[in-house]
Design a protein around this ligand. Structure first.
Ligand code: A3P
Length: 320
């Protein structure tokens, strides 16, 4: 616990220690904060953002369940918004920077380490990101006209992606996290910003009641029909493609720029570090397949997660 709480101020240490806790995936413990399991540093940053972040009507937020396509959606959103400013064929920022550097997280970057950042220098519209669940968002995000694009993914694949990722980044001294162990925690919702079904349902219902405010996207849909979703995203954000752009292949150009293969093979993403916390960028790119879970799930695991999803999602209209 002491190691987890190292960067915390005394005020937050006390608060975190008063919360229910469980063993974590890459920190010693996860704590239940406002209904979701978070690392101590995420709780401190979330609370700091709740206190200090002032959303503007023109802000755009990329919001996601961890390991559900955040990097991809950040790249697409950035490329769509900035398509007049940068030439894809030449020196586009996505050639040299990881998407997480271009679209910073509130909790891992801007408000990390108990910072109170000055965001006034960021040109508007500001493009920011977060994993914070709907109910814990800084109030002004919800009360302003700022828009949110949300991505989630089939919980089967999200689990597999999270499990691989965590084993790459967790401290070596913890040893590997076995898949059964991880799966038990995941099913109980004990995973960073989990339970994931609650995370998704929060934004799902918000997108139904406020379709102009929240665009709800699924990784699988986007993989199947990227052009359609790139256009939808652009329209929602307020930068629809012109007919001329569509004719000249700008949609496909953005799709290719942000594709898994293109981003994965860039120098910055093979060798770079530190786009999120101190991770190596290459760990953000693994397989990007839909349905990779079949290579990892036993029949018992399938049954258990399918049952949970049925219980949690039935009647909501959200399905995978
Ligand atoms: P896999 O582990 O299944 O390969 P996040 O960006 O939210 O951390 O999600 C990570 C997942 O998205 C990983 O899935 C990763 O490979 C995949 N991914 C990363 N970049 C992508 C891109 N440009 N297009 C599609 N998927 C991408």
């Amino acid at each position: 616990t002491e190691q987890d709480n190292e960067g915390l101020t005394n005020e937050y240490k006390e608060l975190v220690c008063s919360l229910p806790k469980e063993r974590g995936w890459r920190t010693q413990n996860l704590y239940l904060y406002q209904g979701f399991w978070c690392q101590p540093n995420e709780i401190q940053a979330t609370m700091s953002a709740q206190k200090h972040f002032q959303a503007h009507d023109s802000d755009l937020m990329v919001v996601s369940v961890p390991k559900s396509g955040t990097t991809w959606l950040k790249a697409l959103t950035f490329a769509i918004m900035n398509r007049e400013k940068y030439d894809v064929a030449k020196s586009h920022p996505l050639h040299f920077s990881n998407p997480h550097e271009l679209v910073p997280f509130l909790e891992y970057k801007l408000y990390a380490d108990n910072k109170i950042p000055d965001l006034s220098h960021i040109p508007r519209p500001r493009l920011l990101a977060t994993h914070i669940p709907l109910g814990s968002l800084p109030g002004s995000i919800r009360s302003s006209k700022c828009k949110m694009v949300y991505i989630c993914r089939n919980p089967f694949d999200t689990f597999v992606s999270a499990w691989h990722f965590i084993n790459k980044i967790r401290p070596a001294s913890y040893g590997p996290l076995g898949i059964e162990d991880a799966f038990n925690m995941y099913c109980r919702g004990v995973v960073g910003f989990g339970p994931y079904w609650d995370h998704m349902l929060g934004y799902w219902y918000e997108s139904l009641t406020k379709p102009d405010k929240v665009l709800f996207l699924k990784y699988e849909d986007m993989k199947e029909n990227p052009d359609y979703y790139i256009k939808k995203l652009a329209l929602f954000l307020g930068w629809p493609f012109t007919l001329q752009e569509e004719k000249t292949g700008v949609v496909q150009e953005i799709g290719n720029l942000c594709s898994f293969k293109n981003l994965r093979d860039l120098e910055v993403n093979k060798k770079g570090k530190g786009a999120i916390a101190d991770f190596e960028n290459k760990n953000l790119f693994r397989k990007a397949d839909v349905g990779d879970w079949v290579n990892h799930f036993t029949p018992m695991m399938v049954q258990r997660l399918a049952h949970i999803m049925e219980e949690k999602l039935s009647g909501s209209g959200l399905s995978f």
